[in-house]
Design a protein around this ligand. Structure first.
Ligand code: 2AM
Ligand code: CA
Ligand code: CA
Ligand code: CA
Length: 278
């Protein structure tokens, strides 16, 4: 095996271990009283467990890879626009960490949340690990190496049109009003797709696309830590991930559209009928 691929495979295996360790901590604390704080608004929450999970993962990364950079939600997202700095592609290897993706579900003991760890090289995601500690599902992918759930190879769904598609999405409750972009998108899509789900953890929702359970997923306003791991997993399962113009999704893009590739153009076309100038 070529040296770079071997190096990345070792990083992936380490990321799996970090995600499992953090997952054990997060699951263990689930039924203890949580300290909940609002960040920007009533649906933007953080618990002490998010911070503990993040500290654990970052310490493990720094022990093994002191020369790599790290971007993590509760450290870099807290500083206003600090996270935007990472959108200038950085040189070398970096780690993009969401210590709990789906914090609101976690707080309400709804078992759809995950630890998400993406590995980026020169701005391009190359490995991804997404772990739901309640179900035990561990989704992994490495560029060119396929996508897996608990070691089983994944493939996106075979649905040939939006009429057969089960789609996922998400939005921020504070932005919702009858004329909002999210409301229009969902309205337009509800008349087209088989059905729509809002599960509340973008990283895991992307894994559902990779596993062929959701046909597609779209979301505006995601942060890099929501998407970095999941996009590698979707691509390696044979799917497509783009921005609203149909170009390969970059971590700085606002709109993410993921699908089984077959319905992608149709999904993108319906979404593009919604004006973004609210
Ligand atoms: P989080 O749980 O880590 O905050 C819900 O639609 C999805 O969007 C979750 O993956 C959630 O991640 C993410 N998300 C991104 N930005 C958010 C925000 N400002 N408020 C709430 N959820 C956000
Ligand atoms: Ca959050
Ligand atoms: Ca998140
Ligand atoms: Ca989070």
């Amino acid at each position: 095996m070529e040296a770079q691929a071997a190096y990345e495979l070792t990083m992936l295996k380490n990321a799996e271990r970090y995600a499992r360790e953090a997952g054990a901590l997060v699951a263990d604390r689930m039924n203890s009283p949580l300290r909940i704080q609002e960040k920007m608004n009533k649906s933007d929450l953080v618990t002490a467990v998010d911070v503990m999970s993040e500290s654990l993962i970052c310490r493990l990364i720094r022990d093994d890879y002191p020369e790599h950079w790290i971007y993590s939600e509760e450290t870099d997202g807290a500083e206003g626009d600090a996270w935007q700095r990472m959108l200038q592609p950085r040189e070398g290897y970096g780690w993009i960490v969401d210590p709990i993706d789906g914090t609101t579900n976690y707080i309400h003991a709804v078992g759809h949340f995950a630890i998400s760890i993406g590995i980026v090289k020169n701005g391009v995601p190359v490995c991804g690990v997404v772990h739901n500690p309640l179900t035990g599902d561990l989704y992994t992918a490495m560029r060119g190496g396929g996508a897996y759930r608990n070691g089983e190879k994944l493939a996106v769904g075979q649905e040939r049109g939006l009429g057969d598609a089960l789609l996922g999405t998400g939005f921020q409750a504070k932005d919702w009003h009858p004329g909002s972009c999210a409301a229009k998108q969902i309205g337009r899509m509800a008349g087209t797709a088989r059905d729509i789900r809002i599960f509340g953890s973008a990283s895991l929702d992307l894994c559902l696309v990779a596993a062929g359970r959701l046909t597609g997923f779209w979301h505006d306003g995601l942060y890099p830590w929501d998407a970095a791991a999941g996009i590698v997993i979707v691509l390696e399962a044979g799917g497509q991930v783009t921005n609203r113009d149909g170009r390969p999704y970059a971590l700085s893009d606002n709109t993410l559209i993921a699908s089984n590739a077959i319905v992608h153009a149709e999904l993108q076309a319906v979404l593009s009928t919604v004006a973004r100038d609210e």
